[in-house]
Write a protein that binds this ligand. Structure first.
Ligand code: PSV
Ligand code: MN
Length: 411
């Protein structure tokens, strides 16, 4: 690795404001998911991980450990009812999180696991079931008030499996109605994030299949409704960074679910297969955060950066740490893109010149920069090595044993 002083001098001589880059890195925040600390599996098998969290408190303990080691993961998304506390005491849940040095982040309603949702939730042809789903979304808005959460993070498993199974236009209208109603229950300052997914578990049609539909629903609901981009929920070849840039410019990007789309869903470490794509996404985010357009800038500044991964065979805390660090590295590389030079060559139509500027940042080894800011933040320079040596895995394995339950999905 090149020394930090050499790297920072090199960046400064290229016109990069190294102090601003370091300040941005220190302010970065990534939310981890409660369900990522518990056992999870595929529909074929759940391989239980010794030491995996059995309760929400244990999930919060583990999330606190990830934050302690990285300094940039101070909140945890919860999934209801997977994280429903005894006696519905969400205030106690919040207090426990705070006592661990973290906060409760996005609240994720679950309208896909109960028997009644066989034909969907807000899109269900049965109005009584639509009402049940809406009641749960409203319950989650109340939970947000108790946990101090800003974001209601919505994902629906709704859709159809067979042509002719239901009226597609009617389903669209039911969704629009349900989302609009839920929107009116958001707490003051609260946001509704609408997540799309192009397939699964419904395979013929999906009620919120892509960013365009999520965007249209968000527009119908109001300014506090935005789109959530889960990296796993795209067909191969889709240019996610372009979706991100469009939504940023329209003020409708609300947040991310980071993961790797090889799985077509949420289970692999973000940036593990295509770190370049992650960098390109962060590149759009950094560009937007520096935009002269007020809406674009404030949208970029208020994003919820969340991980949505439930690791199945690689352990729990370690892959979560790697994921947080991968986001940190991608962000660092995006921050050192020479945007002033880029604008000039773009204007000149120098296609490969522009491409080279991006690649120069991507190819820079930013680890000395990260080691430097970590030292200044008072967290380990090498969080992975410190975690491996910490004895935490042995401690939780000893205390918790091998749990039979999962954190959510029953495989
Ligand atoms: C659905 O596949 C999803 O991405 C949604 O965000 C859910 O809330 C989450 O996964 C559950 O793991
Ligand atoms: Mn997701």
């Amino acid at each position: 690795m090149i020394p930090y002083t050499y790297l920072s001098e090199q960046l400064a001589s290229d016109g990069i404001d190294v102090n601003a880059v370091e300040a941005a890195l220190k302010a970065q925040r990534i939310e981890t998911p409660s369900w990522g600390y518990a056992n999870s599996g595929t529909r074929f098998k759940t391989f239980a991980h010794a030491g995996a969290a059995r309760t929400t408190r244990e999930k919060l303990d583990d999330a606190a450990m990830v934050h302690k080691l990285t300094g940039i993961a101070p909140s945890v998304a919860v999934h209801i009812p997977w994280d429903k506390p005894e006696g519905d005491d969400y205030v106690a849940m919040r207090q426990y999180a705070e006592s661990c040095g973290i906060k409760i982040g996005a609240v994720n309603p679950n309208v896909f696991q109960d028997e009644v949702y066989r034909l969907g939730s807000l899109g269900n042809p049965n109005s009584g079931i639509r009402e049940l789903a809406l009641d749960h979304l409203i319950e989650c808005c109340d939970i947000m008030r108790k946990t101090g959460s800003r974001d209601l993070s919505l994902w629906f498993a709704d859709g159809t499996n067979y042509a002719g199974q239901d009226d597609l236009r009617a389903r669209k209208r039911r969704f629009e109605e349900g989302l609009r109603q839920a929107y009116t229950h958001l707490p003051t300052g609260g946001r509704m994030l609408i997540e799309y997914k192009f397939f699964e578990p419904a395979f013929y049609s999906t009620d919120v299949p892509d960013w365009g539909v999520a965007y249209a629903f968000a527009l119908k609901c109001g300014p506090q409704a935005q789109v959530l981009v889960d990296l796993g929920h795209h067909a191969p070849g889709v240019n996610i960074e372009q979706i991100v840039s469009f939504l940023l410019d329209e003020g409708r990007l609300g947040g991310f679910h980071f993961n790797n789309r090889k799985y077509a869903d949420d289970d692999l470490v973000v940036g593990s297969v295509n770190p370049y794509e992650l960098f390109l996404i962060f590149n759009e985010l950094v560009g937007a955060a520096q935009s002269s357009d007020v809406l674009t800038r404030s949208t970029a500044e208020n994003l919820a950066y969340m991980i949505d991964q439930s690791h199945n065979i690689e352990g729990k805390l370690l892959p979560m740490l790697v994921s947080v660090i991968n986001c940190q590295e991608a962000y660092a590389k995006a921050l050192i893109v020479n945007r002033a030079k880029l604008r000039v060559v773009q204007q000149d139509g120098d296609v490969l010149g522009a491409h080279e500027i991006l690649n120069a940042a991507y190819k820079t080894d930013v680890r000395p920069l990260l080691a430097h800011i970590r030292q200044e933040m008072g967290v380990p320079i090498d969080p992975i090595a410190v975690y491996r040596a910490s004895g935490y895995e042995a401690k939780i394995t000893n205390e918790r044993g091998t749990a039979k339950n999962t954190g959510g999905y029953q495989a």
